[in-house]
Design a protein around this ligand. Structure first.
Ligand code: HEC
Length: 93
């Protein structure tokens, strides 16, 4: 019974956003659903290099790159989520 509920929950979430990492829903509000932002001061992430995205997120998290809007976003991410998001955006075509 429990297994069935978990399976339905997993199916539901993967159908909602075709393989996107959970936190990507937050990023999408500024960087766009498809990684292309609608706002001049928010950079596009689609197709960006994986290593670069990872390095920037870690720098925002560590405070070595400062930005009042982006720093709090990076601070809630684990290293595993950073890798997952970098893979996701870099693989967008
Ligand atoms: C409230 C808006 C907002 C949200 C939400 C947000 N960002 Fe950002 N992001 C920004 C802004 C603004 C910048 C530009 C910072 C600067 O000018 O230094 C930025 C910069 C970045 C950069 C650096 C891009 C570059 O070209 O150097 C990356 C990578 C990034 N964001 C990833 C993410 C990820 C991943 C998430 C979700 C966890 C996220 N952002 C959520 C606003 C946002």
């Amino acid at each position: 019974m429990k297994t069935a509920i978990v399976l339905i929950a997993l199916l539901g979430s993967s159908m909602a956003n075709a393989g996107a990492p959970a936190k990507a829903a937050i990023c999408a509000t500024c960087h766009g659903q498809n990684g292309i932002s609608a706002v001049e001061i928010y950079p596009n992430l689609k197709g960006q290099k994986k290593g670069y995205i990872e390095a920037q997120l870690k720098a925002f998290k560590a405070g070595t790159r400062t930005n009042a809007i982006m720093a709090p976003q990076a601070k809630i991410l684990t290293d595993a989520e950073i890798t997952e998001l970098a893979t996701y955006y870099s693989s967008m075509k």
